[in-house]
Ligand binder design. Structure first.
Ligand code: PEP
Ligand code: MG
Length: 594
């Protein structure tokens, strides 16, 4: 082992992008610099042949992206599988090819330079955007630009990765194509100097189950091939050239994770129950890309959130009423008769605009506070009605309920209910079957909704706490922005107080309370919220076994006591509250690596 040069250059803290711990040798992945793009003047007589070269490269790139996309679909389910479809869309946009053609014709430059300049211009527009998610899309454009240039040059040599020994890839940044191109059996993990947890490379690592830490600083400049690295994708810590003591402690963490994961298998087909037998339904968040078999594999007890916007995003347009009916019926029918599905009406806007085919009019300066979800639907009644009619028609095939996203004022709920009533009248008039008793719920994801929960409860049947947005809007922290990620605090007393208010108001009116934000998948938060009174938890299917295990290891009274104690800490910082809950839980359930 190398003598280490102090902890400063050995122990790094980044953003935990994909869970899991792994130890192994470093492989530093260095990209070829952009300066290698050859640029030269062409003669006017060469324009035509240069444009043909360009068009051929577009075609070749397109077919490569299609193969990558198919490869990805074989390896992962869920929205991540459509990443390369976004790339294909950029390539299919006639404006991109036309701009490159114009450069060749007007500037008399070679095709490589034209592609380089056009992709840099597009990428610069994204890089200048305030929204972190959109800024990340600049990398997608560079990715396509590089691929086009390599195809023009005929230098699409295979990407240089570890050739024999499985290694941890250390890079300044990784594109989605690079992330998927490394042979899976040679990759132990990824660490990148830049990037955020929402970059496509991070999403892909999670979908592929490869531990990853991003935004680490400058490890790729410091580390050398073959040096030993400990990567903890759960805590975000990375240690280069670890000491024997560090290796020992890392191995202990690894061992307890393994034992714990092995213990989950037996619970897969059991209900969510506390040790003393209280039933806590653990249900799934899904979208049109989710393989329903995943739900059986983890023992989900229904669907607590069906995000319908992915239908729009994958079709790149509004699906017709019949297409929606088919999609909703498919999921409703896939569930056993005793299970229910909650279908959320369209939640486009915010970060979910691009590629939906929906015209939002002008670009909004602040889309998260703009014409988003229910606001958009109430301004576009025809779209809203087509969706509600499809949902109601699907209700004749099984048990479903409707939930409205982003309700911030009472009038929205009243108007949305009126639209549902109108659709019911229409369907009755047409003699179309539907369930007359379909329940209507409200997503509580804006502080104002929590504060008027008593009024909302009178006009609805249930609440679903969308904590992803509730935290964002309560703390004024962009949920996608890595720079302010440390202020995004699920256990912030302001958030907990709003959850408390929602539960009290909902229960007073006999409404059930679900949580469908990411906090439901964090066992520490789930136990706390259960103690606060939440009735059911909806999460990504993969998280269900862990949460089930934790609930099965505590008594209901443990959770009630935890929530009661935490109410006395509402004057403390969020980090302390969270640590307190975590500590208490690890005393009750010592075998769970929180
Ligand atoms: C939420 O905000 O918690 C939620 C579940 O909705 P989404 O993540 O789709 O905005
Ligand atoms: Mg939301």
């Amino acid at each position: 082992m190398k003598a280490n040069a102090g902890n400063l250059n050995r122990i790094f803290k980044g953003l935990a992008a994909s869970h899991g711990q792994v130890a192994g040798p470093v492989f530093v992945f260095r990209k070829k610099g952009r300066e290698q793009v050859p640029g030269y003047k062409i003669d006017a007589t060469q324009i035509e042949s240069e444009i043909t070269r360009l068009e051929n490269a577009f075609e070749l790139t397109h077919s490569q992206i299609h193969s990558l996309s198919a490869e990805l679909r074989r390896r992962v389910d869920g929205p991540e599988a459509s990443i390369f479809e976004g790339h294909a869309m950029i390539l299919e946009d006639p404006a991109v090819l036309n701009k490159c053609r114009d450069k060749i014709t007007d500037d008399l430059c070679n095709a490589e330079l034209a592609v380089y300049q056009v992709s840099s211009e597009y990428a610069a527009v994204f890089e200048g955007m305030e929204d972190e998610y959109l800024r990340e899309r600049a990398n997608d454009i560079y990715d396509i630009g590089h691929r086009l240039i390599h195809n023009l040059l005929g230098t699409n040599e295979p990407l240089v990765g570890p050739s024999a020994k499985p290694s941890i890839i250390v890079a300044d940044e990784l594109s989605p194509s690079e992330t998927i191109a490394f042979p899976r059996h040679l990759i132990l993990g990824f660490v990148t100097d830049r990037g955020s947890t929402t970059s496509h490379a991070s999403l892909l690592s999670r979908a592929l189950g490869i531990p990853a830490v991003v935004g680490i600083g400058n490890l790729s400049e410091i580390a050398s091939n073959g040096e030993m690295l400990l990567l903890d994708g759960t805590s975000g810590q990375v240690i280069l050239n670890p000491t024997d003591i560090e290796i020992k402690s890392f191995n202990q963490t690894l061992e307890s994770s393994r034992t714990f994961n092995a213990s989950l298998g037996g619970l897969r087909h059991k209900q969510g129950l506390t040790r003393d037998g209280a039933h806590i339904p653990l249900i799934a968040n899904v979208d049109s890309n989710t393989a329903m078999s995943e739900l059986y594999a983890v023992g989900a007890e229904g669907v607590g959130l069906y995000r319908t916007e992915y239908l729009w995003l994958s079709m790149k347009r509004e699906p017709t009423e019949d297409e929606q009916l088919e999609a909703y019926t498919k999921v409703v029918r896939a569930l056993p008769p005793n299970q229910e599905i909650t279908i959320r009406v369209l939640d486009l806007g915010g970060d979910k605009i691009m590629g939906s085919g929906v015209d939002f009019g002008h670009i909004e300066a602040n889309p998260f506070l703009g014409n988003r979800s229910i606001r958009y639907l109430l301004r576009n009644r025809d779209i809203f009605k087509r969706q509600v009619r499809a949902i109601l028609r699907a209700s004749s095939h099984g048990s479903l309920q409707i939930v409205y996203p982003m309700i911030s004022v009472l009038e929205e709920l009243i108007e949305a209910n009126a639209v549902v009533d109108e659709c019911k009248d229409e369907l009755r008039g047409e003699g179309v079957l539907f369930d007359e008793n379909v329940k209507r719920g409200v997503m509580i994801e804006v502080p104002s909704a929590a504060l008027i929960a008593d009024a909302l409860a009178q006009e609805s049947d249930f609440f679903s706490l969308g904590t992803n947005d509730l935290i964002q809007y309560t703390l004024a922290v962009d949920r996608l922005n890595g720079t302010v990620a440390r202020l995004y605090q699920p256990a912030h007393p302001a958030v907990l107080r709003l959850i408390d208010m929602t539960i009290v108001a909902g229960h007073e009116h006999g409404s059930r309370i679900a949580v469908c934000g990411e906090t439901a998948a964090d066992p520490v938060m789930a136990v706390l919220m259960y103690g606060m009174g939440v009735d059911e938890f909806s999460m990504t299917p993969q998280s269900i076994p862990v949460v089930k295990k934790v609930f099965s290891s505590i008594d209901r009274s443990d959770a009630l006591k935890l929530a009661e104690d935490v109410r006395n800490f509402y004057n403390r910082p969020a980090g302390e509250i969270y640590q307190y809950c975590r500590q208490r839980l690890s005393e009750i359930v010592p075998d769970v690596p929180f």
